[in-house]
Design a protein around this ligand. Structure first.
Ligand code: HEC
Ligand code: HEC
Length: 222
Protein backbone atom coordinates (compact mmCIF):
# COMPACT_ATOMS: atom_id res chain seq x y z
CA UNK A 1 0.00 0.00 0.00
CA UNK A 2 1.21 3.49 -0.75
CA UNK A 3 1.36 6.02 2.08
CA UNK A 4 -1.87 7.99 2.15
CA UNK A 5 -0.19 11.31 1.48
CA UNK A 6 1.89 10.03 -1.40
CA UNK A 7 -1.19 8.43 -2.92
CA UNK A 8 -3.06 11.70 -2.62
CA UNK A 9 -0.28 13.70 -4.23
CA UNK A 10 -0.07 11.20 -7.04
CA UNK A 11 -3.81 11.35 -7.50
CA UNK A 12 -3.80 15.15 -7.70
CA UNK A 13 -0.95 15.10 -10.19
CA UNK A 14 -2.77 12.54 -12.26
CA UNK A 15 -5.99 14.48 -12.18
CA UNK A 16 -4.27 17.54 -13.58
CA UNK A 17 -2.75 15.32 -16.26
CA UNK A 18 -6.21 14.12 -17.14
CA UNK A 19 -7.32 17.71 -17.60
CA UNK A 20 -4.26 18.45 -19.72
CA UNK A 21 -4.85 15.38 -21.83
CA UNK A 22 -8.42 16.52 -22.36
CA UNK A 23 -7.30 19.93 -23.58
CA UNK A 24 -4.58 18.53 -25.80
CA UNK A 25 -6.80 16.00 -27.51
CA UNK A 26 -10.36 17.20 -27.90
CA UNK A 27 -12.62 14.41 -29.08
CA UNK A 28 -14.12 14.98 -32.49
CA UNK A 29 -17.85 15.67 -32.11
CA UNK A 30 -18.79 12.31 -33.60
CA UNK A 31 -16.41 10.35 -31.32
CA UNK A 32 -19.10 8.87 -29.07
CA UNK A 33 -20.94 7.39 -32.02
CA UNK A 34 -17.91 6.07 -33.90
CA UNK A 35 -15.65 3.09 -33.21
CA UNK A 36 -13.29 3.38 -30.22
CA UNK A 37 -9.97 5.05 -30.98
CA UNK A 38 -7.28 2.76 -29.56
CA UNK A 39 -4.52 5.25 -30.47
CA UNK A 40 -6.18 7.95 -28.39
CA UNK A 41 -6.62 5.35 -25.65
CA UNK A 42 -2.93 4.49 -25.78
CA UNK A 43 -1.97 8.14 -25.30
CA UNK A 44 -4.37 8.57 -22.42
CA UNK A 45 -3.14 5.32 -20.82
CA UNK A 46 -0.03 7.21 -19.67
CA UNK A 47 -2.26 8.34 -16.77
CA UNK A 48 -2.89 4.77 -15.76
CA UNK A 49 0.56 3.25 -16.23
CA UNK A 50 1.97 4.30 -12.83
CA UNK A 51 -0.45 2.03 -11.05
CA UNK A 52 -1.47 -0.54 -13.67
CA UNK A 53 1.89 -0.95 -15.44
CA UNK A 54 2.94 0.38 -18.85
CA UNK A 55 2.20 -2.99 -20.42
CA UNK A 56 -0.90 -3.56 -18.24
CA UNK A 57 1.18 -5.75 -15.90
CA UNK A 58 0.88 -3.76 -12.63
CA UNK A 59 4.02 -2.93 -10.65
CA UNK A 60 4.30 -5.33 -7.70
CA UNK A 61 4.18 -2.51 -5.13
CA UNK A 62 0.67 -1.43 -6.11
CA UNK A 63 -2.70 -2.67 -4.92
CA UNK A 64 -4.11 -2.18 -8.40
CA UNK A 65 -4.83 -5.22 -10.58
CA UNK A 66 -3.09 -5.81 -13.89
CA UNK A 67 -5.44 -4.87 -16.74
CA UNK A 68 -3.85 -6.92 -19.55
CA UNK A 69 -6.05 -9.71 -20.80
CA UNK A 70 -9.34 -8.21 -19.60
CA UNK A 71 -12.10 -7.83 -22.18
CA UNK A 72 -12.82 -4.29 -23.36
CA UNK A 73 -16.47 -4.68 -22.34
CA UNK A 74 -15.50 -5.49 -18.74
CA UNK A 75 -12.96 -2.65 -18.49
CA UNK A 76 -15.53 -0.24 -19.87
CA UNK A 77 -18.23 -1.46 -17.55
CA UNK A 78 -16.00 -1.10 -14.49
CA UNK A 79 -14.91 2.43 -15.41
CA UNK A 80 -18.57 3.39 -15.88
CA UNK A 81 -19.47 1.68 -12.60
CA UNK A 82 -16.84 3.66 -10.68
CA UNK A 83 -18.01 6.87 -12.35
CA UNK A 84 -21.65 6.20 -11.60
CA UNK A 85 -20.99 5.26 -7.97
CA UNK A 86 -21.87 1.58 -8.53
CA UNK A 87 -18.41 0.43 -7.38
CA UNK A 88 -15.90 1.97 -4.98
CA UNK A 89 -18.57 3.51 -2.74
CA UNK A 90 -18.27 1.46 0.44
CA UNK A 91 -16.26 3.26 3.16
CA UNK A 92 -14.15 0.12 3.76
CA UNK A 93 -13.28 -0.13 0.06
CA UNK A 94 -10.34 2.28 0.22
CA UNK A 95 -8.68 1.32 -3.08
CA UNK A 96 -12.05 1.31 -4.84
CA UNK A 97 -12.72 4.82 -3.55
CA UNK A 98 -9.45 5.96 -5.02
CA UNK A 99 -10.16 4.43 -8.42
CA UNK A 100 -13.66 5.94 -8.36
CA UNK A 101 -12.24 9.45 -7.97
CA UNK A 102 -9.87 8.79 -10.86
CA UNK A 103 -12.59 7.43 -13.12
CA UNK A 104 -14.76 10.45 -12.38
CA UNK A 105 -11.95 12.75 -13.45
CA UNK A 106 -11.82 11.28 -16.98
CA UNK A 107 -12.78 14.12 -19.29
CA UNK A 108 -15.34 12.41 -21.50
CA UNK A 109 -17.30 9.20 -22.00
CA UNK A 110 -15.69 8.42 -25.35
CA UNK A 111 -12.29 8.18 -23.70
CA UNK A 112 -13.53 5.21 -21.65
CA UNK A 113 -14.10 3.13 -24.78
CA UNK A 114 -10.79 4.35 -26.24
CA UNK A 115 -8.91 3.31 -23.09
CA UNK A 116 -10.67 -0.06 -23.06
CA UNK A 117 -9.74 -0.64 -26.70
CA UNK A 118 -6.08 0.00 -25.94
CA UNK A 119 -6.11 -2.04 -22.71
CA UNK A 120 -7.60 -5.06 -24.49
CA UNK A 121 -4.50 -5.16 -26.71
CA UNK A 122 -2.26 -5.71 -23.66
CA UNK A 123 -1.33 -9.30 -22.80
CA UNK A 124 -2.49 -11.16 -19.69
CA UNK A 125 0.21 -11.78 -17.09
CA UNK A 126 1.05 -14.49 -14.61
CA UNK A 127 0.01 -13.81 -11.04
CA UNK A 128 2.36 -13.19 -8.14
CA UNK A 129 2.19 -15.55 -5.14
CA UNK A 130 1.47 -13.62 -2.00
CA UNK A 131 -1.14 -15.68 -0.21
CA UNK A 132 -0.86 -19.13 1.37
CA UNK A 133 -3.62 -21.42 0.22
CA UNK A 134 -4.12 -24.98 -0.99
CA UNK A 135 -4.05 -25.17 -4.79
CA UNK A 136 -5.70 -28.59 -4.61
CA UNK A 137 -8.60 -27.51 -2.45
CA UNK A 138 -8.90 -24.36 -4.56
CA UNK A 139 -9.12 -26.38 -7.76
CA UNK A 140 -12.00 -28.42 -6.35
CA UNK A 141 -13.87 -25.31 -5.30
CA UNK A 142 -13.18 -23.54 -8.59
CA UNK A 143 -14.29 -26.47 -10.69
CA UNK A 144 -17.50 -26.85 -8.72
CA UNK A 145 -18.48 -23.20 -8.30
CA UNK A 146 -16.65 -20.86 -10.65
CA UNK A 147 -15.68 -22.59 -13.88
CA UNK A 148 -19.11 -22.25 -15.51
CA UNK A 149 -18.73 -18.47 -15.67
CA UNK A 150 -14.99 -17.80 -15.55
CA UNK A 151 -13.83 -20.64 -17.83
CA UNK A 152 -11.40 -23.55 -17.50
CA UNK A 153 -8.31 -21.32 -17.33
CA UNK A 154 -9.91 -18.44 -15.47
CA UNK A 155 -9.85 -16.51 -18.73
CA UNK A 156 -13.41 -15.20 -18.40
CA UNK A 157 -16.39 -15.49 -20.74
CA UNK A 158 -17.58 -12.41 -22.55
CA UNK A 159 -21.01 -13.91 -23.28
CA UNK A 160 -21.66 -14.17 -19.52
CA UNK A 161 -19.98 -10.85 -18.68
CA UNK A 162 -17.57 -12.79 -16.49
CA UNK A 163 -14.10 -11.18 -16.40
CA UNK A 164 -10.69 -12.84 -16.39
CA UNK A 165 -10.18 -14.08 -12.83
CA UNK A 166 -6.71 -15.62 -13.20
CA UNK A 167 -3.51 -13.59 -12.96
CA UNK A 168 -5.00 -10.57 -11.18
CA UNK A 169 -2.51 -10.58 -8.32
CA UNK A 170 -3.27 -12.52 -5.17
CA UNK A 171 -3.86 -9.68 -2.74
CA UNK A 172 -6.18 -7.87 -5.15
CA UNK A 173 -8.15 -11.06 -5.79
CA UNK A 174 -8.50 -11.88 -2.09
CA UNK A 175 -9.68 -8.34 -1.41
CA UNK A 176 -12.26 -8.43 -4.22
CA UNK A 177 -13.65 -11.77 -3.08
CA UNK A 178 -13.96 -10.39 0.46
CA UNK A 179 -15.64 -7.28 -0.93
CA UNK A 180 -18.17 -9.42 -2.78
CA UNK A 181 -18.79 -11.72 0.17
CA UNK A 182 -19.35 -8.85 2.59
CA UNK A 183 -21.27 -6.75 0.08
CA UNK A 184 -18.74 -3.96 -0.25
CA UNK A 185 -18.14 -3.97 -4.02
CA UNK A 186 -21.46 -3.75 -5.84
CA UNK A 187 -23.70 -0.84 -4.87
CA UNK A 188 -27.47 -1.15 -5.40
CA UNK A 189 -28.20 -1.17 -9.13
CA UNK A 190 -24.97 -2.96 -10.08
CA UNK A 191 -26.68 -6.15 -11.26
CA UNK A 192 -23.65 -8.07 -12.50
CA UNK A 193 -21.70 -7.17 -9.39
CA UNK A 194 -24.71 -8.37 -7.40
CA UNK A 195 -24.63 -11.67 -9.25
CA UNK A 196 -21.03 -12.25 -8.16
CA UNK A 197 -21.92 -11.08 -4.65
CA UNK A 198 -24.57 -13.82 -4.41
CA UNK A 199 -22.09 -16.45 -5.65
CA UNK A 200 -19.42 -15.37 -3.14
CA UNK A 201 -21.88 -15.42 -0.25
CA UNK A 202 -23.05 -18.92 -1.08
CA UNK A 203 -19.78 -20.58 -2.06
CA UNK A 204 -16.92 -18.88 -0.20
CA UNK A 205 -17.61 -20.11 3.30
CA UNK A 206 -14.60 -18.61 5.05
CA UNK A 207 -11.19 -16.97 4.64
CA UNK A 208 -9.60 -20.30 3.95
CA UNK A 209 -11.89 -21.00 0.99
CA UNK A 210 -10.97 -17.57 -0.40
CA UNK A 211 -7.24 -18.21 0.00
CA UNK A 212 -7.52 -21.68 -1.57
CA UNK A 213 -9.41 -20.53 -4.64
CA UNK A 214 -7.02 -17.60 -5.09
CA UNK A 215 -4.02 -19.95 -4.83
CA UNK A 216 -5.57 -22.07 -7.58
CA UNK A 217 -6.32 -19.04 -9.77
CA UNK A 218 -2.72 -17.89 -9.62
CA UNK A 219 -1.48 -21.36 -10.55
CA UNK A 220 -3.24 -21.00 -13.91
CA UNK A 221 -0.98 -19.79 -16.69
CA UNK A 222 -2.31 -16.86 -18.72
C1 HEC B 1 -3.22 5.90 -8.27
C2 HEC B 1 -3.23 4.56 -8.83
C3 HEC B 1 -4.17 4.30 -10.03
C4 HEC B 1 -4.22 4.96 -11.23
C5 HEC B 1 -3.38 6.14 -11.68
C6 HEC B 1 -5.24 4.27 -12.01
N1 HEC B 1 -5.76 3.24 -11.31
FE1 HEC B 1 -7.18 1.94 -11.96
N2 HEC B 1 -7.15 1.00 -10.16
C7 HEC B 1 -6.34 1.34 -9.09
C8 HEC B 1 -6.66 0.50 -7.95
C9 HEC B 1 -5.99 0.55 -6.59
C10 HEC B 1 -7.70 -0.36 -8.38
C11 HEC B 1 -8.44 -1.40 -7.55
C12 HEC B 1 -9.67 -0.70 -7.03
C13 HEC B 1 -10.66 -1.58 -6.33
O1 HEC B 1 -10.24 -2.36 -5.47
O2 HEC B 1 -11.87 -1.45 -6.65
C14 HEC B 1 -7.98 -0.01 -9.77
C15 HEC B 1 -8.95 -0.64 -10.54
C16 HEC B 1 -9.16 -0.39 -11.89
C17 HEC B 1 -10.07 -1.13 -12.74
C18 HEC B 1 -10.92 -2.33 -12.33
C19 HEC B 1 -10.12 -3.58 -12.68
C20 HEC B 1 -10.82 -4.89 -12.41
O3 HEC B 1 -10.18 -5.93 -12.63
O4 HEC B 1 -11.97 -4.90 -11.99
C21 HEC B 1 -9.99 -0.58 -13.99
C22 HEC B 1 -10.74 -1.02 -15.23
C23 HEC B 1 -9.04 0.51 -13.92
N3 HEC B 1 -8.55 0.58 -12.62
C24 HEC B 1 -8.67 1.30 -14.98
C25 HEC B 1 -7.83 2.39 -14.89
C26 HEC B 1 -7.56 3.30 -15.98
C27 HEC B 1 -8.12 3.15 -17.38
C28 HEC B 1 -6.73 4.27 -15.50
C29 HEC B 1 -6.19 5.48 -16.21
C30 HEC B 1 -7.18 6.40 -16.73
C31 HEC B 1 -6.46 3.94 -14.11
N4 HEC B 1 -7.14 2.81 -13.78
C32 HEC B 1 -5.61 4.66 -13.29
C33 HEC B 1 -5.36 2.31 -9.09
C34 HEC B 1 -5.13 3.22 -10.09
C1 HEC C 1 -22.91 -16.85 -12.41
C2 HEC C 1 -21.61 -16.53 -12.96
C3 HEC C 1 -20.44 -16.43 -12.02
C4 HEC C 1 -19.95 -17.41 -11.16
C5 HEC C 1 -20.50 -18.81 -10.90
C6 HEC C 1 -18.77 -16.85 -10.54
N1 HEC C 1 -18.55 -15.59 -11.02
FE1 HEC C 1 -17.00 -14.35 -10.51
N2 HEC C 1 -17.84 -12.84 -11.57
C7 HEC C 1 -18.98 -12.95 -12.33
C8 HEC C 1 -19.29 -11.65 -12.90
C9 HEC C 1 -20.47 -11.32 -13.80
C10 HEC C 1 -18.31 -10.76 -12.42
C11 HEC C 1 -18.19 -9.26 -12.70
C12 HEC C 1 -18.85 -8.51 -11.57
C13 HEC C 1 -18.81 -7.03 -11.73
O1 HEC C 1 -19.12 -6.53 -12.82
O2 HEC C 1 -18.47 -6.36 -10.74
C14 HEC C 1 -17.40 -11.55 -11.60
C15 HEC C 1 -16.27 -11.03 -10.97
C16 HEC C 1 -15.32 -11.80 -10.35
C17 HEC C 1 -14.04 -11.33 -9.87
C18 HEC C 1 -13.51 -9.91 -9.95
C19 HEC C 1 -12.53 -9.76 -11.07
C20 HEC C 1 -11.89 -8.41 -11.12
O3 HEC C 1 -11.16 -8.15 -12.08
O4 HEC C 1 -12.06 -7.60 -10.20
C21 HEC C 1 -13.40 -12.40 -9.29
C22 HEC C 1 -12.02 -12.41 -8.67
C23 HEC C 1 -14.28 -13.54 -9.42
N3 HEC C 1 -15.43 -13.15 -10.06
C24 HEC C 1 -13.99 -14.81 -8.95
C25 HEC C 1 -14.92 -15.85 -8.88
C26 HEC C 1 -14.72 -17.07 -8.14
C27 HEC C 1 -13.48 -17.41 -7.34
C28 HEC C 1 -15.85 -17.81 -8.30
C29 HEC C 1 -16.20 -19.15 -7.66
C30 HEC C 1 -16.18 -19.18 -6.21
C31 HEC C 1 -16.75 -17.06 -9.17
N4 HEC C 1 -16.15 -15.87 -9.48
C32 HEC C 1 -17.98 -17.52 -9.61
C33 HEC C 1 -19.71 -14.09 -12.58
C34 HEC C 1 -19.55 -15.28 -11.89
Amino acid sequence: MMKKRTARKLLLALMSMVTLAACAQPAPPSAAASAPDAARGRQAYVMCATCHGAGGERPPSMDAPPLGGQSPAYVERQLRAYRAGLRGMHPDDVAGNRMRVLARSLPDEALIADLAAHISSLPAVRSDRAVKGSVQAGRKLYQAQCIACHGASGEGQAALNAPRAAGLGEQYTVTQLQHFKFDRRAAAGNDLGQQMTDVARKTLRDERAIRDVVAYLSSLAP
